[in-house]
Design a protein around this ligand. Structure first.
Ligand code: B3K
Ligand code: ZN
Length: 865
């Protein structure tokens, strides 16, 4: 019988038993028999004579203590415990590993012939025995030895020596001047093309910048390089932070579990997050690359210079770094559109996680497999928590807090409390109550009631915070609740309370509180939780006219978007309630009228218009229902899209024609393409020769944004040219699997009963590879996320397809399997038939032999809520 995986608890944290200095790591690379020798000085923190090292899937050759062969140890599958040790000693361990059979993409593995590593969170233990925890900071001297024909042998820090090894192989030696935890160690060896550049820091130091990519991909690297230089400059200007090494390297690999990894001085990236040119990447890809390159760079201070004491504190570095990358993108591009993206991620993914069996605080308290906690909660809600502090403190005080944080903790491994303390101390603002955000989970609701007093010309808001049923925190949270009041002309009314000017941010600290504003000449329209100032749900009975008023008149673009989303959602809710038989449902005339005038707005960012006229995504809308009426929603979305296309045909056609751009990547061209794509998406639903010509013309463009827009539109509309364009794309891009991911994702949205067979047949496509996470996510991930009609088929075949794949992936790559199980986690939100179908698939997974900790933790939680 399998032993049950054991959970670890934050409350059990203990400081490490030893410190480690002067780690010398020698790695002799070989696909199946890599030899690793690690030598270091260990000093016991208190007088303990035992040392328990982490190590997984290692073949131990020898242990030496102070140069002498040492046998007094106990080995398990995950550890090596040495006994009867002196207080201080050198430890030399030799072991071997097999990178070529490592398909977990954790530890040292091969990606298309190149050696690379992934050590966060606990992958270093798959390379050698070590105290593999983030609070053990060590200096590294790394020697890499490999065959002569591998030109690049890279590790962290500076290359201090290279040459020929006595037996004819080559070696390089790297020294990292900064102490680091093992999760930031990296090694890469392979043959690459390299883009080189330099950056001069504001103190005048020249930093060498190098981007390594597979041969032939050099023309797809300039955007990542430009993004890196922008990030370096931005961090100096906005956060006063300068880079601290002489070299910064990025390596792009095809086999990678996440987007990228911030290893000190040597980032390893998923090639999807580096490679881009106009032919192969969409405008969205360009944006993602900029933000991820920035994110990894920003970790150099928030994560690497100051790191986490333990993995429960992951949000210390991730929440903060996501906040920083969001600010970077917002300062460089459109703040409103970036906010829309961030809030959409929260409402679509984080709220769902928070209401399901994997709900956890941004600082989790109990973990079985750490890799399961690189979540939208830790990352995105973590960033919202940092953003709330920014809102409460203001930019100047927030930056004072950052300064103090670095003054106090540079070179240390610390906790989220340390961060909040620095913010509180630097600003003088009490954040004691605010800290509850680190412990609570389940999305809080702020219930709002309003009343207008005509005689006194006052407007009163009554706020009431309600915690989710599963929330461990019952005391009130400190919620920055931003508001705006609009007058009948849509102007912002200045807020006055108790005779004084009132800042737009209400600090709600009680369970319920009332706020009255004076001098309000007529009944205002309230904008609530403006700019999503806290990660909460607002419950307020908006009249649809109020939403349309906000949508048409609010000065904040983000606010307009939120109003549009709410207005659409209300219409969908209404349609679900009235849907019966084959009776058509429709969007109200007032909303249609508002959409018409929005499309025609001349001074509005085209990219914003594009977002304003889109229906909210399926997952966000689903959250409003219990159980989710899958079939009805699919039907309503189709009817609504067709209605928008029909009733807005002339506006959409006009706007399509007016969106001129010539393939460049300026903000205005990107915006024009975005609106063009949305117009095309709707128009493709109508039978119209002119539109067919546009679709065909766009599909032939040398610009991936336009090409893909045409393909998405024809696929969604099941247009007569759909098949033709789909096979043309396949023929054109078969040589480039990264581009083919877009094609796999499109195929996954096939909205008819052939979808399951089609997906299964694509497993045999020459570009498809189940061991490549990008491919699997593009095809099956997209199917489960974006094809509700087929994934939730009432015969259960969609669920079976996903479960079959998860069972296979369990043996290949548990981390990827575990990521892919997400659509099953919310099974309780569906009707009894679907619940039963998903449950039986979860049970099938639970009964698999050698179920990984990754899947076990999630499936067990899903089944036992
Ligand atoms: N820190 C890495 C993520 C590591 C995930 C380990 N399963 C990327 C990032 O957040 O920057
Ligand atoms: Zn990160």
């Amino acid at each position: 019988m399998q032993s049950q995986p054991q959970a670890k608890y934050l409350k059990d944290y203990q400081a490490p038993s030893h410190t480690v200095t002067n780690l010398e790591l020698t790695v002799e690379l070989d696909p199946t028999d890599t030899k690793v020798v690690s030598k270091a000085l260990y000093s016991a923190a208190q007088s303990v004579s035992e040392l328990c090292l982490d190590g997984v899937e290692l073949n131990l050759i020898s242990v030496k203590v102070n140069g002498q062969l040492f046998k007094d140890f106990v080995q398990t599958e995950t550890s090596l415990t040495l006994k009867n040790l002196p207080n201080e000693f050198t430890l030399e361990i030799e072991n071997t590993i097999s990178p070529s059979t490592n398909t977990s993409l954790e530890g040292l593995y091969l990606s298309e012939g190149a050696y690379c590593t992934q050590c966060e969170a606990e992958g270093f233990r798959k390379i050698t025995y070590f105290l593999d925890r983030p609070d053990v900071l060590t200096d590294y001297l790394v020697t890499i030895i490999a065959d002569k024909d591998i030109p690049y042998l890279l590790s962290n820090g500076n290359k201090i020596e290279e040459g020929n090894w006595p037996d004819g192989r080559r070696f390089t030696k790297w020294q990292d001047p900064h102490k680091k935890p093992s999760y930031l160690f990296a090694l890469v060896a392979g043959d690459f093309d390299v883009l080189r550049d330099t950056f001069v820091t504001r103190s005048g130091r020249e930093v060498a910048l190098e981007i390594f990519v597979d041969k032939g991909n050099l023309d797809k690297t300039p955007h990542a390089m430009a993004s890196l230089k922008n990030a370096m400059k931005w961090d100096e200007e906005r956060f006063d932070l300068e880079y601290d090494l002489d070299i910064y390297m990025i390596v792009a690999v095809d086999f990678f579990n996440m987007g990228a990894m911030e290893n000190k001085g040597l980032n390893v990236f998923n090639s999807a997050c580096v490679l881009a040119n106009q032919q192969t990447a969409t405008d969205r890809d360009y944006h993602t690359i900029e933000s991820i390159v920035g994110h990894e760079y920003f970790h150099n201070w928030t994560g690497n210079r100051v790191t986490c004491r333990d993995w429960f504190q992951l949000s210390l570095k991730e929440g903060l770094t996501v906040f920083r990358d969001q600010e970077f993108s917002s300062d460089l591009g459109s703040r409103a559109l970036n906010r829309i993206d961030a809030v959409m991620a929260m409402k679509t993914h984080q709220f769902a996680e928070d209401s399901g069996p994997m709900a956890h605080p941004i600082r989790p308290e109990k973990v079985i497999e750490m890799n399961n906690f690189y979540t939208v909660t830790v990352y995105n809600k973590g960033a919202e928590v940092i953003r709330m502090m920014h809102t409460l403190l203001g930019e100047a005080n927030f930056q004072k807090g950052m300064k103090l944080y670095f003054e106090r903790h540079d070179g240390q491994a610390v906790t989220c409390d340390d961060f909040v303390a620095a913010m509180g101390d630097a600003s003088g603002k009490c954040l004691e109550q605010f800290k509850l955000w680190y412990r609570q989970f389940g999305t809080p609701t702020v219930q709002v009631e309003t009343s207008y007093n005509v005689e006194q010309q006052t407007f009163t808001l009554k706020l009431n915070q309600i915690h989710a049923e599963n929330d461990p925190v019952s005391e009130p949270l400190h919620i920055p609740f931003a508001i705006e009041l609009l007058d009948t002309a849509g102007n912002t009314i200045p807020l006055i309370s108790n005779g004084k000017d009132f800042d737009a941010v209400i600090e709600l600290k009680e369970i319920s509180a009332e706020f009255t504003f004076e001098n309000i000449l007529s009944k205002p329209t309230p904008v609530l939780l403006e700019n999503f100032s806290a990660p909460c749900v607002v419950s307020y009975d908006y009249e649809s006219e109020e939403l349309i008023h906000i949508l048409r008149h609010a000065s904040s673009d983000f606010t307009r978007w939120e109003a549009a989303q709410r207005a659409f959602t209300m219409e969908i809710q209404h349609a679900v309630n009235t849907l019966s038989g084959s009776n058509p449902v429709s969007i109200s005339d007032t909303l249609i009228k508002a959409l018409k005038s929005i499309i025609a707005e001349e001074n509005t960012d085209k990219a914003l218009i594009s977002e304003l006229i889109k229906l909210p995504n399926f997952d966000t809308v689903s959250a409003e229902f219990s159980p989710v009426p899958v079939t009805e929603l699919v039907d309503i979305y189709k009817q609504f899209e067709l209605q928008i296309a029909t009733q807005l045909q002339s506006e959409l056609t006009a706007v399509y024609k007016s969106c001129l751009e010539s393939g460049e990547i300026s903000a205005s061209a990107v915006a024009a393409r975005s609106l063009k794509a949305t117009a095309l998406y709707y128009l493709a639903l109508l039978e119209n020769d002119e539109v067919t010509d546009w679709l065909l013309a766009n599909s032939q463009q040398d610009n991936m944004t336009l090409k893909l827009a045409a393909l998405k539109a024809v696929k969604n509309a099941d247009h007569e040219v759909s098949e033709q364009l789909i096979s043309q794309f396949d023929a054109q891009w078969r040589h480039d699997p990264l581009v083919m991911d877009k094609w796999f994702a499109l195929q996954a949205t096939t909205d008819n009963d052939s979808a399951i067979d089609l997906i299964k047949s694509l497993y045999d496509h020459p570009c498809f590879d189940k061991s490549n996470p990008n491919r699997v996510r593009a095809l099956v991930g997209q199917f489960a996320r974006s094809n509700p009609a087929q994934f939730h088929r009432i015969d259960g075949k969609g669920y079976e397809l996903l479960a079959d794949l998860l069972i296979e992936l369990n043996a290949i790559n548990p981390q990827n399997a575990s990521r892919m199980v997400t659509p099953f986690m919310s099974w309780k939100r569906y009707d009894p038939t679907r619940q039963q179908l998903i449950k039986s698939q979860l049970e099938r997974i639970a009964s698999v032999d050698n179920l990984s900790d990754d899947l076990y933790e999630k499936v067990d939680k899903a089944l036992n809520v």
